[in-house]
Design a binder for this molecule. Structure first.
Ligand code: AMP
Length: 630
């Protein structure tokens, strides 16, 4: 048996022993009494009775030993700022932020909603929550007021932390305006909003009784010392919302001890980074990669982490590589979309800088096509590791675990189940697929440390969403189709549900449909994901209007299409905006009234509409074809 196969087998067969060993990578205030409590399946409690703190493991323990070493490098090519924080400096900033929180009445278990651009203060804000046992809910800055309001009402934060504005492509992007709008829309707005004023949006509105200024409070607490709050391993560290099949996003709830151990172990075995090295993840703090591999993972491992505000193409397509050279980045993490974007640029940019520090590049979030995989690997001359996971799992489920064995890379394949995951491919009847047989990616519980412990405030939804497809035996369903070849290499073939993946960002078509439907002219709509060469998928809408006279000329159609797109921008954000809104007289449905989304999607991608035996009105398909052609 290969080293890795044996390592993986042990993680499943000798689960408690394996994870007890991994737990040594973390500092505990009190050791666990039980490694894995799976007495109430599918719920699991890892490192029960143990007490630890994420912030302590990410910051304090390194600051104590290597205070002057680099911890956080903030680079903005938008505002031309660059600032390096040592571990000691990072700890001081986090303590100041924690003191501000306490001043504003935030207590252990309270929620703090963070809606911020990629600035160093966003990292302080997250780590300060972890320090005092408050639960952060970071919302991606690209989400609009409607999405923000939904997340406010679900998490009921006592405090929101935001900024006047972010910058993208040289233009300010308002944040505070959206916070105000969201607070108006929400039923449970926070009592206080803490604003980091970057001076990018001079006249941003202020709400006297609610808004507080970060710079003022930071000055007040400049010498603050805030001890860490030791948390029981299962206490929540954060909530992160993700899209599903319903219109309402789910709050993925993460624990404290299991997550800290999972990240520490992944940094050792998968990403192979340690003290004195630098990691550069090009994601955003609003996504799971940002939580695990911009903020917590690298810092727990004692690495410096790069927080980059900017695009991969400004000032030119060499910017990422310039950063790699300057900070001697050894581990880099990005998404396939970014590689496809870079592939269109002058290859000279990749040769211009000294990239000898780089050990490997990790790509995740969406399928990595073989051509892009091959291209980036040969351009960089280093292993490029495709890895598959979800917001729910918090860390990779499929990857090559290079720290244990440097297995051969298969292009377009995220390779093998990661240790801790008893991942298998299942038929819809719950039996296991054979080699090269397409099935559903499932995990035999317990889910390993680091994975979601429940859906925030909705235990029932945790069970019904993830554990109801396979009940005998009970298996976690990823909702992804996958296949395993005879050598054990996996390939992910796409989602089974109505979730689409736009440039590595997960969007629920139901959410977009609801946003489209807020336009008074729209009676009914179907949104499907359509293949896009750069972004993987793009949403496309097919809408039925209430009054045909609103779309009876090309001009009116164009105007309404724009208005509908604006509605989506306002309620969800531009990332969810449909590439096109087509107007038709009726949507294809089965005789029982179920929307034939797969057929709509197939037509939109120029494929055959598939099985139509149950269709109620076949002429609806002709209308779709005509709309696409015209
Ligand atoms: P998210 O929760 O936003 O990270 O999205 C997770 C989904 O992205 C998964 O369920 C997959 O559909 C897709 N995904 C993530 N990583 C990969 C990968 N390496 N290959 C193919 N699909 C991926």
């Amino acid at each position: 048996m290969s080293n890795y196969k044996e390592f993986h087998r042990r993680s499943i067969d000798q689960r408690d022993e394996f994870w007890a060993e991994q737990a040594q990578l973390v500092d505990w205030h009190k050791p666990a009494e039980q490694i894995c409590d799976f007495s109430k399946p599918p719920f699991v409690k890892w490192f029960k009775g143990g007490e630890t703190n994420l912030c302590y493991n990410a910051v304090d323990r390194h600051a104590a030993k290597r205070p002057d070493d680099r911890a956080l490098v903030y680079i903005s090519t938008e505002t031309n700022e660059e600032k390096v924080y040592s571990f000691a400096e990072l700890q001081r900033e986090v303590e100041r932020m924690a003191a501000i929180y306490q001043d504003l009445g935030v207590k252990r278990g309270d929620r703090v909603l963070i809606y911020m651009p990629m600035i160093a203060e966003a990292a302080f804000a997250m780590l300060a929550c972890a320090r005092i046992g408050a639960i952060h809910s970071v919302v991606f800055g690209g989400f609009a007021a409607g999405s923000l309001a939904t997340r406010i009402d679900d998490a009921k934060p006592v405090l929101m932390v935001s900024s006047d504005a972010g910058m993208r492509n040289g233009k300010p992007v308002p944040y505070k305006h959206l916070v105000d709008e969201a607070c108006k829309l929400a039923e449970f707005p926070p009592a206080k909003v803490l604003i980091v004023d970057r001076g990018l949006d001079k006249g941003f509105p202020k709400v006297e009784s609610r808004d507080v200024d970060y710079a003022e409070l930071r000055a007040k607490h400049i010498d603050a010392k805030v001890p860490v709050t030791w948390l029981e391993s299962s206490e929540p560290s954060y909530i992160l919302y993700t899209s599903g099949t319903t219109g309402k996003p789910k709050g993925v709830q993460r624990d404290t001890g299991g997550y800290t151990v999972a990240l520490a172990a992944s940094m050792k075995h998968i990403f192979t980074g340690g003290s004195g090295e630098t990691m550069f993840s090009t994601s955003d703090i609003g996504w799971v990669v940002g939580h695990s591999y911009i903020i917590y993972g690298p810092l727990i491992a004692g690495m410096a982490t790069i927080m980059y505000e900017g695009t991969p193409l400004r000032p030119d397509a060499g910017i990422w590589w310039q950063i790699v050279e300057k900070y001697k980045v050894s581990v880099m993490f990005s998404a396939p979309t970014a590689v496809r974007v870079l592939k269109k640029q002058d290859p000279a940019f990749l040769k211009k800088y000294d990239l000898s520090s780089l050990k490997h590049l990790f790509l995740a979030g969406e399928p990595l096509d073989e051509t892009s995989h091959k291209w980036i690997m040969s351009e960089l001359g280093i292993p490029v590791i495709d890895n598959y996971w979800q917001t729910e799992t918090g860390w990779p489920m499929l990857a090559i675990v290079r720290g244990v064995e440097d297995s051969k890379i298969k292009l377009g394949s995220p390779a093998f189940p990661v240790y801790g995951y008893d991942l298998r491919i299942f038929r819809e009847d719950g039996s296991e697929c054979g080699p090269n047989e397409k099935g559903i990616v499932g995990i035999v519980p317990p889910l390993p440390p680091g994975c979601l412990s429940t859906v925030w405030g909705q235990d029932e939804r945790f069970v019904s969403t993830y554990f109801s497809l396979f009940t005998d035996p009970v298996v976690y369903s990823s909702s992804d189709w996958g296949i395993k070849d005879e050598n054990g290499y996996h390939t992910i073939l796409g989602r089974m549900d109505d979730v689409i993946n736009v440039a590595g960002h997960r969007l629920g078509t139901r959410e977009i449909e609801e946003a489209v439907q807020t336009h008074p002219a729209i009676a009914e709509v179907a949104v499907v994901g359509v293949h896009d060469e750069l972004k993987g998928q793009m949403p496309m809408a097919f809408a039925v209007v209430k009054d045909a006279s609103t779309v009876d000329t090309a001009e009116k159609r164009a105007a309404l299409e724009k208005e509908v797109m604006k509605k989506v921008d306002e309620s969800l954000g531009a990332i969810a905006r449909p590439a096109r809104v087509h107007f038709i007289n009726g949507l294809p449905k089965t005789r029982s009234g179920k929307m034939l989304r797969r057929s709509i999607q197939a037509l939109a991608e120029g494929r055959d509409a598939g099985d139509l035996t149950t269709i109620d009105d076949p002429t609806t398909l002709d209308q779709i074809k005509a709309a696409l052609a015209g």
